[in-house]
Write a protein that binds this ligand. Structure first.
Ligand SMILES: Nc1ncnc2c1ncn2[C@@H]1O[C@H](COP(=O)(O)OP(=O)(O)OP(=O)(O)O)[C@@H](O)[C@H]1O
Length: 305
């Protein structure tokens, strides 16, 4: 017995001879939001579907609230909420009817229309599902997923296709659930979403977890970046030696480099530019962002973001 709400060790999932998930460890603590990021086809959905109990792991152990999600599905399902990428609503039912139907299926404890108000859908309760906008459908998806006040909520790309306002509304709802103690496993392609909501995160690539930790831990392990335009009349060989520099590149006069000591390298560079009286055009210097880390993971295997 352990204290994790979700605990996967050495998880592997295969489609025939193709192994989509190649031995991942994933531990999510109660009440935290864990974001699973990854390149296209990295295996996120496959991993999450296994945690949801939709498919059996080909190797490794998986526990959700201490139960095996595949073998103990009947016990576990009422305690979890699942928002899939694609939902299959009956378009002719109204929003309220859809909610009532789903409430019966999941023996929802909440099971009433207040969840619609929570997601700003109260005024659409009597509208047929097929008449909802894309964003409203997504919000209805979330309403159904949280209807039974789940202890563990799986959100697979919950805000894809939503406008910024609806996305923020969704984040507020998710934050509210976290305050109530719900554990959330989120997959998303929006890095900002993970930065905003996640306690911890990991980045998957080709079936494996490449990077994991809190946002600060993930960023700490990656170098800062410096970029500027090579001043007119200056040769690359004249630039000062920077002790923390690596991955130096000259892209048609745009100089880019990593720096393991941003403050020191930047002060050396600016000191040199001052003495030479040259302008470092479009100078940019910044600590690693989640986007930088993501691109480095993707570049390692040439995967698309
Ligand atoms: N039913 C299936 N049969 C065979 N291969 C599959 C099946 N479903 C997914 N795959 C393959 O498994 C790999 C992982 O897919 P998965 O959908 O889990 O990745 P993902 O990280 O969720 O991708 P995306 O972010 O693009 O949705 C991909 O190479 C995909 O083509």
């Amino acid at each position: 017995m352990n204290d994790y709400a979700i605990d996967a060790v050495g998880l592997r999932c295969a489609y025939g001879s193709f192994e989509a998930v190649r031995g991942i460890d994933l531990q999510v603590r109660p009440g935290e939001l864990y974001a699973l990021l990854g390149t296209n086809g990295a295996g996120k959905t496959t991993a999450v579907e296994t945690l949801e109990g939709h498919r059996r792991a080909s190797a490794g152990t998986v526990r959700v609230l201490g139960l095996d999600p595949f073998a103990d599905r009947a016990l576990l399902r009422p305690r979890t909420g699942i928002m899939l990428q694609e939902s299959g609503f009956a378009g002719d039912l109204t929003v309220a009817e859809t909610l009532q139907l789903w409430g019966k299926v999941t023996t929802a404890r909440r099971g009433r229309l207040d969840v619609l108000d929570l997601l700003d859908l109260g005024h659409r309760a009597q509208v047929a599902v097929k008449q909802l906008s894309g964003g409203e459908r997504r919000r209805l998806d979330l309403a159904l997923a949280v209807l039974n006040k789940p202890e563990v909520l799986f959100l697979d790309e919950p805000t894809t296709g939503l406008d910024p306002e609806s996305r923020k509304r969704t984040w507020e709802v998710v934050r509210g659930l976290l305050v109530e103690g719900t554990t959330v496993l989120l997959t998303t392609h929006y890095l900002e979403e993970a930065e905003t909501l996640a306690t911890r995160l990991s980045i998957m690539d080709e079936g494996r977890i490449s990077v994991h930790g809190t946002l600060a831990e993930v960023l700490e392990t990656h170098p800062a970046r410096i970029a500027f335009d090579l001043p007119d009349g200056i040769a690359v060989t004249e630039l000062p030696a920077l002790p923390g520099m690596s991955n130096f590149a000259n892209r048609a006069g745009r100089i880019e480099m990593n720096s393991s000591d941003l403050q020191q390298d930047l002060s050396l560079l600016l000191g040199w530019a001052g003495r030479r009286g040259v302008d470092l055009g479009r100078l940019r210097a910044h600590h690693a962002s989640l986007e930088d880390v993501f691109h480095q993971v993707a570049e390692r295997t040439g995967a698309a973001a």
